[in-house]
Design a protein around this ligand. Structure first.
Ligand code: PDD
Length: 276
């Protein structure tokens, strides 16, 4: 299945299933690694520079050495050598490969890099979601591969056919399991403000830019679950989902309008922005 997926590991381009990784990789042992998912549509990479900038931020917060120019070249090579129109490039940088397992890394460790390109169809169908506690660590603004809190909570609701979750910390909404959240309340678009508790999403940023350019009613802040329960529409943003609306919140009697004016406007503005 992975045969045709083009990948790059430690600077060598090959098929995904030809790559062999050491179990002493700190990505394998400690999730001591960062990543980006860079989407492309109609052969256009979407906001690649913003993704490289966020990768550099994640690297500097974790004191991982990063040669971002090398990352750019490899991403570009994967992209130019693929024929598909729509998809994404996953790129991961781990701190490196240790000789011995130790929480303390050696100062001269050199990083380990891995990327691949895969086609996807950006079809965002309305989602069923569940509200749950945000059990993650205190640096969710860093895009690290340590995603067990997200994975645990998202999978807790898989048997209820939920596609996503809405997480909250002490009743304050943070974000989705793999996306940022927006909702409309009292004819105003609301989203959680940036903090160490959420990822500064690139898609979130694109949408906020067009919301502001078009003078739509908008607030970034701390919103509670009670605020959310008054929403007329809810949607998520991410590089792979684009802008995906919510059709149902599990065990919650929120009436969501798939034709909410601000939702439709945001969908149209977002689409126009990424096609340009
Ligand atoms: N996830 N918040 C979390 C926790 C995420 O994992 C993501 C993206 C986002 C949205 O960020 P962006 O708009 O930059 O994609 C917010 C990616 C797609 C993933 O892990 O696959």
């Amino acid at each position: 299945m992975t045969k045709k997926i083009q990948a790059v590991y430690q600077g060598c381009f090959k098929n995904l299933d030809e790559i062999q990784v050491s179990p002493m990789s700190r990505a394998f042992l400690f999730s001591d690694s960062i990543y980006e998912v860079i989407p492309f549509q109609n052969r256009n990479l979407i906001c690649a520079d913003e993704h490289f900038k966020r990768l550099s931020f994640s690297a500097s917060e974790l004191k991982i050495n990063l040669d971002v120019e090398k990352v750019k070249k490899e991403v570009d090579h994967l992209f130019k050598n693929s024929l598909c129109n729509d998809g994404y490039i996953y790129y991961q940088v781990s701190r490196g490969i240790d000789d011995m397992r130790s929480h303390l890394y050696s100062p001269d460790i050199s990083n380990e890099t891995f990327g691949y390109l895969t086609p996807i169809k950006f079809l965002s169908r309305p989602l069923k979601v569940a509200i749950c506690e945000d059990i993650r660590w205190g640096r969710c603004d860093i895009k690290t591969t340590s995603l067990l809190g997200n994975v645990m909570q998202m999978n807790n609701f898989q048997d209820k056919n939920c596609d996503e979750i809405i997480m909250h910390r002490n009743n304050i909404i943070t974000e989705g399991g793999a996306s940022n959240i927006f909702f409309v309340r009292d004819k105003k678009i609301c989203t959680s403000k940036l903090s160490k508790n959420i990822l500064p999403g690139i898609t979130r940023n694109i949408l906020i830019k067009v919301i502001k350019e078009n003078n739509l009613p908008f607030e970034e802040g701390d919103f509670s679950i009670d605020d959310l329960k008054q929403a007329s529409s809810i949607w998520f943003t991410s590089s792979t989902k684009g802008l995906a609306s919510v059709k149902e919140v599990l065990d919650c009697n929120i009436k969501l309008d798939q034709n909410d004016e601000l939702l439709l406007t945001c969908q149209a503005l977002y689409k126009a922005e990424i096609i340009n």
